[in-house]
Design a protein around this ligand. Structure first.
Ligand code: CP3
Length: 352
């Protein structure tokens, strides 16, 4: 039997159900990772990032590390958005200091060679990580901490698959999508199927909420945003909801700006993650009136600490804190961030 349970005392789940909360719940994107010495130690022992990700004992340990230190209201599964291309058969490497590298997709044949039917052969350890993490959270008394599962959205994952790694503008991917949308759509459809399946398996292993990361949503013009960000996200949300109607989905269309309104109205998500470029008052008036929002402290304010951190965090809390709101960063924790600054931020949020 799949375990799908949420408990009433989990603040984040309450907020995602659009209820107000006695305290503002919080978690931070990339809360597990290189800024924590205990992460760096385990990663060195494991001999690389992917070894960690595919080892349920290690990955569940890393998921819990920030919870033990800081007691966030949610743990996020320790994995990466690029396990989907990997599971589909694309070569994936993480070279220290260089970011991810994949063997770039070049043509329709490369897309046709991706195999959705076999993804669980690669992804099974990740489902085990989810169930082990739920068990460890309960065993260690973190009964109010929700477990968030995640995946990248098709557009963002396609960007890495076609560029073969990171990029500033993702021009190769955009050119393919703009000039040959038919073949690009076959890739997006493959990613919709794989991602929906992967997320349903995470839910059935114990994930209580899902976040979809669309880190490169902001590079598209309006027409292509609708076609490659909004529509595929709506399809994934629908497939998940048909099976698990109560599991909330948080969308994070980074740098989407005012196109976020359309994203909120047309995807079926329950909450929207705001990047740090989003003006809080605009977001309060145009987005938080429609659904709970999550965000959006600049990770550099956290890196800086002191007065900048305090002022920025309080400003966000004062803007969003009266309506359903989850405090988060506007992008991931930067690896040079002192853990003491994270502790300070937790204190600021808790005492608000
Ligand atoms: O938030 C968490 O704590 C959960 C784990 C998580 C990771 N990656 C771990 C990771 C999550 C949610 C992600 C998402 C992810 N991965 C995104 C979307 C969010 C975003 O940042 O925009 C993207 C674009 C990726 C792809 C990716 N993975 C890149 C570009 C990199 C290299 C950049 C970097 O920070 O080094 C990674 C590697 C990665 N993913 C690390 C971690 C902890 C660092 C790996 C290491 O230990 O060297």
């Amino acid at each position: 039997m799949p375990i799908v349970m949420t408990e009433k005392n989990k603040r984040i789940i309450n907020v995602l159900e659009n209820k107000k909360s006695d305290q503002v719940p919080f978690w931070f994107m990339r809360q597990a990772g290189r800024y924590l010495p205990e992460y760096r130690e385990l990663r060195a022992k494991a001999g690389g990032f992917l070894n960690l990700v595919y080892n349920p004992d290690d990955a569940s340990e890393v998921t819990l590390q920030p919870i033990r230190r800081f007691g966030m209201d949610a743990a996020i599964l320790f994995s990466d958005i690029l396990v989907i291309p990997h599971a589909l058969g694309q070569d994936l490497r993480f070279e220290t200091g260089e970011g991810p590298k994949l063997n770039a997709l070049k043509n329709v044949e490369d897309i046709q060679n991706l195999n959705v039917l076999k993804i669980d052969e690669t992804l099974n350890p990740i489902y085990q990580t989810v169930s082990q993490t739920r068990k460890k959270l309960a065993d260690e008394g973190f009964n109010d901490t929700a477990l968030i599962g995640f995946a990248g959205s098709p557009w963002t994952v396609a960007c890495y698959m076609i560029e073969g790694g990171g990029s500033k503008t993702f021009e190769k991917t955009k050119k393919w999508a703009y000039s040959d949308p038919k073949s690009f759509e076959t890739l997006i459809n493959t990613l919709i199927d794989a991602t929906a399946h992967y997320l349903i398996k995470q839910i059935e292993a114990g994930a209580e909420a899902i976040q979809l990361f669309d880190s490169w949503a902001g590079v598209l013009d309006h027409y292509n945003f609708k076609r490659w960000v909004v529509n595929p996200t709506a399809k994934i949300v629908k497939i998940i909801k048909d099976k698990h109607p109560k599991i909330p989905v948080i969308g994070f269309p980074r740098d989407a700006g005012e196109k976020s309104i359309e994203y909120v109205n047309e995807t079926g998500i329950q909450a929207i993650g705001l990047d740090f470029s989003m003006e809080p008052l605009w977001a309060k008036e145009n987005l938080q009136t429609l659904m709970p929002v999550q965000g959006n402290l600049d990770p550099v304010a956290l890196l800086s600490g002191g007065d900048v951190l305090k002022r920025s965090a309080i400003d966000i809390l004062e803007t969003f804190g009266d309506e359903p709101f989850i405090f988060n960063l506007g992008h991931g924790v930067i690896k040079e961030t002192p853990p003491e600054h994270v502790e300070e931020l937790c204190e600021i949020i808790r005492s608000f």
